[in-house]
Structure formats: structure tokens, C-alpha cells
Design a binder for this molecule. Sequence first.
Ligand code: NAD
Length: 252
Amino acid sequence: MTPRLQGKQAIITGAGRGIGKAIARKFLSEGARIVICDIVHERVATAARELDEMGEVAALAGDVSQPAFCDELVQYAVDKLGSLNVLVNNAGIALFAPFLEQSEADWDRTMAVNLKSMFLLGQRAARVMIAQGLGGAIVNMASTNGLMGERDLAAYNASKGGVVLLTKTMAIELAPYDIRVNCVAPGSIRTDLASDGGVGETFIQDYLRKIPMRRHGTVDEVANLFAYLASDEASYITGDAVVIDGGQIAEE
Ligand SMILES: NC(=O)c1ccc[n+]([C@@H]2O[C@H](COP(=O)([O-])OP(=O)(O)OC[C@H]3O[C@@H](n4cnc5c(N)ncnc54)[C@H](O)[C@@H]3O)[C@@H](O)[C@H]2O)c1
């Protein structure tokens, strides 16, 4: 069987660890050639070294909320890979605080990293794809928190809700160029995101009460969905927000 991403050239953001790194691993295993980025230099360099034996991977460190870095990243990918068929906008942060105490700085940073970056990179990648005339796929990272509210995450929820509607609008406007745009909305996936954002292990374990399947999702389960949406098997899917959450929002 031909690997489902054979012949695809992809950018994956926030791929130094967590879900992004799993997406990079899955894409390589499906035959894609990839450029990965992360804001933490050492993290992305280590990930690239680890993934190198699986296929062609190049790495660039930088902040996806910065327009100059987005220019650099897309140009770097075109130079390294020769063309660009897929953009995975995965990088994101989650800063937990009650609404009444959340700082303006945290709000601004969350919007810049989680939402503005997807506008900036989506625009730049789409321009390259349109110039190539070969179509393409963009898969954005949303969250179930973009579809429903959850306490202590006002900025995060608003940013992910924005990702869902940015995705739909991009899908409508880029359809004439055969560029599909979808987003993935995971529920609770075991990574370092929540603990880095200020949440303890008790909260993470208690969270299982909300999930009919009574377990957290794995990074590989989410990566499988990204690979599918990026592949030609999903050729008639665009403008969708695909939920992967063990049944959580079906019950809530
Ligand atoms: N873990 C979950 O339960 C979950 C659920 C739904 C959605 N998500 C989303 O999945 C994505 C990945 O989350 P994760 O759980 O793997 O978290 P993670 O913290 O393990 O990985 C995120 C990576 O993105 C990088 N990053 C952060 N800001 C960046 C920036 N400005 N520029 C470039 N890279 C940056 C980080 O350094 C990190 O390596 C995020 O968008 C997150 O909101 C996660």
C-alpha cells in the first residue's frame, strides 16, 4: 500500500514535543517530507535528531506569532522541500486563571500564539500553494474548548473558538484553489500543556469523570486524524472541525 502522505511536503508547527511531535512522526511514517518548528530551540533540534532516521526532516526555531518568523518559515520550507502541500498549525499555549484574574498580557499572548499565528502562516502558505497551482491542505489545531466553555480558560477558549471560524472562512475562500482547510478539536490529551499552564495532577485525573471512555487521549490518536485530514483520502472534507475526545462533548 502506498503511504498516504507520499509526495507531500509539510510544515508542522510546535513540533518539539507533545502532539506536534507525534504528528511529525506520523507524517514521516506516511511518506511526507517535513519542516518542523518550535519556539524552544533545543526542543526542536532534539526532535529533528530523533525523527531523522524516519525520513526527511528539517527544523527551524522561532515564534509563530511573529510575522517575520512566519515569512522565514514558509520560505525555509520551500527552499528545503521544493514545494509545499500541507500546513499543520499546531503550536499553542494554555494559561489557566480565573476570568476575573486573567492578565491582559496572558490574553494577548494566548491570542497571538493560538489564533494570530494561524492567520499569518495560513495566509503565507496558501499564497505559495496558489502560486504552485497544485492545491493543498491546511489543518489547524482547535480544541473542544473552541466548541464549548470551560472555567479558568477564557482566553484559550476564545482563541480556539476563533480557530474554528477562521478555519471555516479560509475553507470557503480557498476552495476555488483546491486548498482544503479543516481543524481538529481534541478533548483531553496527555501532554505537558496543562501542567505547564499551571494545572495539577489531581485536576488532570479528576477530569476523567467528564469523559465517557474514562481515559485521556494519546498524542498518536490525534496525529492519526491530522494525517487523514492532510491526505487525499479526505479530498471532499473542508471547513470542518473534527472532534476527537472520547465522547466528552457528546455527553456534556
Ligand atoms: N493536550 C491537550 O489536551 C490538547 C487538547 C486540545 C487541543 N490541544 C492543542 O494542541 C496543540 C499542542 O498542544 P500539546 O498538548 O502538544 O502541548 P505542548 O505544550 O506539549 O506542545 C506545544 C508545543 O508548541 C510550542 N510552542 C508554544 N508556543 C509557540 C510559539 N509561539 N511558536 C512556536 N512554537 C510554540 C511549545 O514549545 C511546545 O513544544 C496546542 O495548540 C493545544 O492547544 C491540546
